[in-house]
Ligand binder design. Structure first.
Ligand code: ADP
Ligand code: MG
Ligand code: MG
Length: 889
């Protein structure tokens, strides 16, 4: 018989401690902590497979589960010496969801389950603390009503506020046993009103209700959205953890807290966390009371007065520090921990690998390798290449003027600038329209996730370093300033006020998530550098990397940025951008509109020096590195004038009349330009265009070589080739021009002629085409369009639905469609290399900067990938990881 329930705690840790697929992340780690002897309150985990089964059976619990749960409860009873539902001294439990990966969209935890009108008396008597008993009971009803019964929690909050007002107090802690008892009665009345039936009194009904609610939450909207955003399969299911309660709300020697074994923001080797004396569960993150610091050093640094845990509870703190060390040695990574102290006794309630900023990730990986905890290779494999993006973008210029309007906590580092918006939906709308936005909220909750995702940065008025906003922002890599208490937000009128000033929706603000500053207007930024831990890790990465990394660049600025980031050549230098230059576009148009070859050549002659100058500059910057230059690719129609005065200007320069020009423009219009007169088809029909470009390339190369600089290696790339014959014709043209230039100049340079592979036919005919090509570069943007028959510019209307329904696992324009496009690449690689063993192979589509696609490039054995300048370090790291993973098998 399959086992669905796994027990932990009290010296037991059943089955596969650490098996997160089966037990979910939370359950697996509770079992694992228990197995290594840490103090974990006893409990059991209903495995993730049960969730799938529950849905398969039409949302019913399968036979046998009842008995297994009863066995689980018996285990907890045995370890704690208490009985579930015992009116004298009841066992209370928490019911916690826990999927394989942490999912903030899931069901909230229910604490203190097992209380009712009878057992609350027992709890009061056994603890000799009626206030604690009634406080626990009202918390339970509140949570259960919200999470399991689905009642609106506002009514409960309101009842609590009224209770405090009636008594004339401000803090929850000022309420006494009788107040809580009265409030409990009110809560139960609210349940009766809202539900039409009473609050469930039977602890077993309560338990099954909560278990069902955990499974139900797996298919809730929040969870589904989260899964879609994070590519989590819908069939994984969630586990349910039922665990004996321990109480942090039993007086001044009790507490609850959250901690990280290292600083998740900077990565520094310092314990980091917050705690609250005499509090339960979520109080720390909920922002009801201001949490206190864990360590004395952190408290002093912040200038806070309330004692740190190190000072207030030195003995337990010492124990906790010991647990941190044990956990790091065991998991060999930074841990994010939840704990509770019940009357001086420490209990561990959760551990997981801590989310961290890119900066912290680098520091922790490098430090741990240097501490000997992990190897250099592991350090390289630990960093999410995409996360590096956070460090590769400009930061606020330290010398720039800052109009600081508020200061909060530096919750997630980096600079963000955008228009203020005050709700998640507006953030999504404006971001969708291409605007940069900053989401400003009093505090965030899981309902705001989509808005946080759409925003450049997040600002909250309330909440600490471990608040929802802070944790989620760090995970998403969004800069965040939390708890900027001076800000008052007026949701209704969509504006915020701070220190006598006002920011309305749509006004630009800047956040510095590294210092916690909030500034009015836009603050200028500076370029990042690859130094320190980043530099160290990249050295380790490069030593494990096989793929070369080039860049897609056509301006001197991009070339220099890419070189600084470690680019080893240019994989794609487009030439059309050079044509759009305002000084040249008129000549380009004149060339296009020319009626005959002579006129066209005249216009091209005017373009030649400019184009030669571009190439010369790029060759000099790239100093001997390979530079792949793509001959003109887009349909000529793209360059044509639109405005009246533009037509007039071309007519003036070329000495023709506007009417004639219009006719020619109409002739060039195409129904489907993407599949029209473009790429090498231009070179075949107007050879003089490619002749001019080839001449510019070779004259530039010779000029640079003559200066005594390392001669460049131009790789002349022909776009949109479908047949060998096309390439043969254009190759002959290029070679002819090269020979002429070398003869004229009395100097030769090396060069290669090759082609893009971006049509399915070219991939299939690769053996033939390789006879004419020294290199292939996979143009995966067009190859994806032509292989899938999907226009990238029009895909927006349905691609989202396709990804949502799982028809495409990922957006094929972001990550290579391995079975289709990938197969074409694999075929072309194999056939191309067979007919020309030294064929150079690379990729220049946008996929060249996507880590998953880079993994594929390693698998099929390409020689290099080419990525946009800011993506070069990401590509270097991804390439290293791909090689290391391949070597591991
Ligand atoms: P989340 O995943 O949202 O953190 P958890 O299941 O971890 O939800 O629980 C929410 C809060 O309740 C946490 O602070 C946790 O430490 C606390 N908690 C959960 N179970 C217990 C328990 N058995 N005893 C005391 N506190 C608990
Ligand atoms: Mg938790
Ligand atoms: Mg193309």
């Amino acid at each position: 018989m399959t086992q669905y329930v796994y027990r932990f705690g009290g010296g037991v840790s059943e089955g596969q401690a650490g098996d997160r697929n089966l037990l979910g992340g939370k359950g697996a780690n509770l079992a694992e902590m228990s197995a290594i002897g840490l103090p974990v309150p006893p409990g059991f985990t209903i495995c993730t497979e049960m969730c799938a089964l529950y849905y398969r059976e039409g949302e019913r619990f399968p036979d046998g589960l009842t008995d297994e749960v009863a066995t689980g409860i018996a285990h907890i009873e045995k370890v704690t010496g208490k009985k579930f539902g015992d009116p004298a001294d009841p066992l209370l439990v928490s019911v916690r969801s826990g999927a394989r990966v942490s999912m903030p969209g899931m069901m909230d935890t229910v604490l203190n389950l097992g209380l009712n009108d009878e057992t609350v008396q027992g709890l009061a008597a056994a603890s000799e603390d009626p206030r604690f008993a009634w406080d626990s009971y009202r918390r339970f009803i509140q949570m259960y009503s919200d999470v399991v019964l689905g009642l609106d929690h506002d009514a409960f909050e309101e009842a609590l506020e009224i209770a405090k007002e009636d008594k004339g107090v401000h803090l929850d802690t000022d309420l006494e046993a009788e107040d809580w008892e009265r409030l409990t009665a009110r809560y139960k009345a609210l349940v009766q009103e809202g539900l039409g039936r009473p609050f469930p009194e039977d602890p077993h009904d309560q338990l099954w209700g909560a278990i069902g609610a955990v499974f139900g939450s797996w298919n809730g909207d929040r969870a589904k959205t989260y899964r879609r955003l994070h590519h989590i399969p819908h069939d994984w299911g969630t586990a349910v953890n039922v665990q004996a309660m321990v109480f942090g709300n039993r007086g001044d020697s009790s507490a609850t807290g959250v901690a990280f074994t290292r600083d998740p923001s900077t990565g520094e080797r310092a314990y980091y966390g917050e705690y609250l004396i005499n509090a339960q569960g979520e109080d720390v993150v909920a922002g009801i009371r201001t949490p206190q610091y864990l360590t004395r050093a952190a408290r002093e640094k912040a200038g806070a007065r309330s004692p740190s845990m190190e000072e207030a509870l030195p003995e337990v703190y010492g124990q906790l520090a010991g647990v941190f060390e044990t956990l790091e040695r065991h998991y060999r990574d930074m841990q994010d921990i939840e704990f509770t102290v019940e009357r001086g006794t420490l209990w561990m309630l959760q551990t997981r690998t801590g989310k961290r900023t890119a900066k912290a990730a680098l520091k922790i990986a490098v430090d741990m390798a240097q501490e000997g905890l992990i190897s250099e290779e592991e350090a390289v494999l630990r960093i999410d290449p995409l996360q590096l993006d956070q460090l590769l973008h400009p930061t606020l210029d330290p010398k720039a003027e800052r109009d600081v309007i508020a200061k909060g906590l530096p919750a997630s580092p980096g600079a963000a600038c955008g228009k203020a918006v005050f709700d998640a939906d507006s953030a999504v709308q404006r971001a969708g329209a291409g605007e940069d936005v900053i989401l400003v909220r009093v505090e965030t909750s899981p309902e705001d996730i989509h808005g946080m995702h759409a925003a450049r940065g997040i600002l909250t008025a309330r909440g600490g370093m471990t608040s929802h906003a802070a944790v989620v922002a760090r995970g998403m890599g969004r800069p965040c300033v939390s708890g900027a208490g001076a800000i008052s937000i007026d949701y209704r009128n969509r504006r915020m006020r701070v220190g006598g000033r006002e920011v309305a929706e749509g006004e630009v603000i800047t956040l510095d998530g590294t210092t916690g500053e909030v500034m009015f207007g836009e603050v200028p930024t500076v370029q990042p550098e690859l130094v320190g831990d980043f530099g160290t890790l990249m050295v380790w990465a490069d030593s494990g990397r096989r793929l070369r990394v080039r860049t897609n660049a056509e301006t001197p600025k991009d070339c220099r940025t890419a070189l600084e980031f470690g680019a080893e050549g240019i994989g794609l230098c487009r030439t059309e951008h050079m044509f759009f230059d305002p000084d040249r576009i008129t000549n380009v148009r004149q060339m296009i509109l020319a009626q005959n070859e002579t006129d066209r050549r005249a216009a091209l002659d005017k373009l030649l020096p400019a184009q030669r100058g571009d190439f010369e500059e790029i060759f000099r910057i790239m100093e001997g590195l390979p530079v792949t230059i793509r001959l003109l690719d887009p349909p000529l129609h793209e360059f044509l004038p639109h405005a009246e005065e533009e037509f007039a200007e071309v007519a003036r320069v070329s000495g023709t009349d506007v009417e004639m020009l219009r006719r020619r423009a109409a002739e060039l219009a195409e129904a489907n330009p993407m599949l029209g007169h473009r790429g090498c088809r231009l070179g075949i029909t107007y050879p003089e265009i490619y002749e001019m470009q080839a001449r510019a390339i070779f004259e530039a190369a010779v000029a640079v070589a003559r200066d005594g600089a390392t001669p460049p290696l131009p790789e002349v790339m022909v776009p949109l080739v479908a047949t060998r014959a096309e390439l043969a014709i254009i190759r002959a043209l290029i070679e002819r021009v090269a020979a002429t230039v070398f003869e004229e100049q009395g100097l030769e340079v090396d060069y290669l002629v090759g082609t893009m592979i971006e049509l399915p036919r070219a991939a299939l005919a690769a053996a033939d085409i390789a006879q004419e090509a020294r290199f292939f570069s996979f143009g995966t943007n067009d190859l994806t369009q032509t292989a899938l028959g999907v226009s990238r510019d029009d895909a927006g209307r349905f691609l989202g639905t396709y990804v949502e329904q799982g028809i495409f696992a990922r957006d094929p324009f972001v990550s290579i469609d391995v079975e289709g496009v990938g197969e074409l690449i694999a075929i072309a690689v194999e056939r191309g290399r067979r007919s020309r063993p030294d064929l150079k192979l690379g990729i220049c589509g946008e996929h060249g900067g996507d880590p998953a696609s880079i993994g594929f490039c390693e698998q099929v054995g390409l020689d290099y990938v080419s990525a946009s300048p800011y993506r070069v370090p990401i590509a270097r790291l991804a390439a290293a990881q791909a090689a290391l993973r391949k070597a591991k098998g």
